[in-house]
Design a protein around this ligand. Sequence first.
Ligand code: ATP
Ligand code: MG
Length: 358
Amino acid sequence: MIPKGLPVATRNPRHEPSLMNTSADDILVAELERSPPAAAAADDAPDLAIEATGLTKVYGKPGGKRARGAQALKSIDLAVPRGSFFGLLGPNGAGKSTFINILAGLVNKTEGTARVWGHDIDRAPRLARASIGVVPQELNIDAFFTPREAVEFQAGLYGVPKRKRRTDEVLAAVGLGDKADVYSRTLSGGMRRRLLVAKAMVHRPPVLILDEPTAGVDIELRQQLWSHVRALNEAGTTIVLTTHYLEEAEQLCDTIAIINHGEVVACERTETLLQRLDWKGLTMTMAEELDEAPATLRPYNPELRPFRRLALHYKPSEATIAEVLAAVQAAGITLVDLTTEESDLEDVFVALTQPPAG
Ligand SMILES: Nc1ncnc2c1ncn2[C@@H]1O[C@H](COP(=O)(O)OP(=O)(O)OP(=O)(O)O)[C@@H](O)[C@H]1O
Ligand SMILES: [Mg+2]
């Protein structure tokens, strides 16, 4: 699915082939071949698509009543490499949308600096804004516009000349080709979100930020949306995504930052983040029921479960699966079946964002 002849900034190794119908994708790819994201192709493209230093946001007037306890961002440092598919995760109220809205020029920061595609948001706000497309969390769609009008209007706002507009292609790429001329109020929730994606793409920004783009979007539409976004990423567009679907982030993102209470608590390659939890589980079905787990298995935290099952947990840094299985065999246990469990992003997320129990 990687369009030939396009500048590929960073290929995301986690990309897997899409299983779905790719007709809308093909349109997008053809579209990208005709005109790749302008700035992504430039020789002088910056190494960092987004760079925030000491970014702080306190909502409400400083010293005013509303300011108390409303520190949404506490001196955040974040760097998003050009070409990456970057996940921004965190619980409700963590500060994700605040961060995105500052970059988009929708919220004023309190302190710190931020650059988008090398442009300082204070010193070159227009260039910074022109470098990103944001799909906002709120479904703010003008009900009396048709999707075609909405996309045209947005292109006008960004100064895209009429001859360079590709409204039909953009709408087809998000699967709204047959809805181009209906009133937007007749679109379903998932279609509205796709219209927001189309609007964010009209000026072919090198950085596309998606704030919860799949909330309320059904599985098929979600997969379609992801395959479009992947095609954009493969063609060089840097993607920043917030989502509450951790599985989604795990599959799509090459790098993940976790924000909690306005602070970055982790920012790593996805694989590194997943390795953070030194934990693996084995659940085996035994030929015979045991009354008690053998004492020799105690180092592996044995747990007897119904239906002749025994669960063991171990730290991969301290033991190998071969050692665990050898101990099982030495204990005289005959295995009928075996399944393994690995920590996933959800475990890491919970460990980093929730206070320890008790
Ligand atoms: N316009 C606003 N005025 C005052 N406080 C706000 C405003 N917008 C957000 N906040 C507060 O800032 C904090 C961060 O909110 P933000 O919307 O950035 O979180 P989020 O990580 O996007 O959460 P979610 O996952 O729910 O979208 C929250 O405490 C929120 O109540
Ligand atoms: Mg939000």
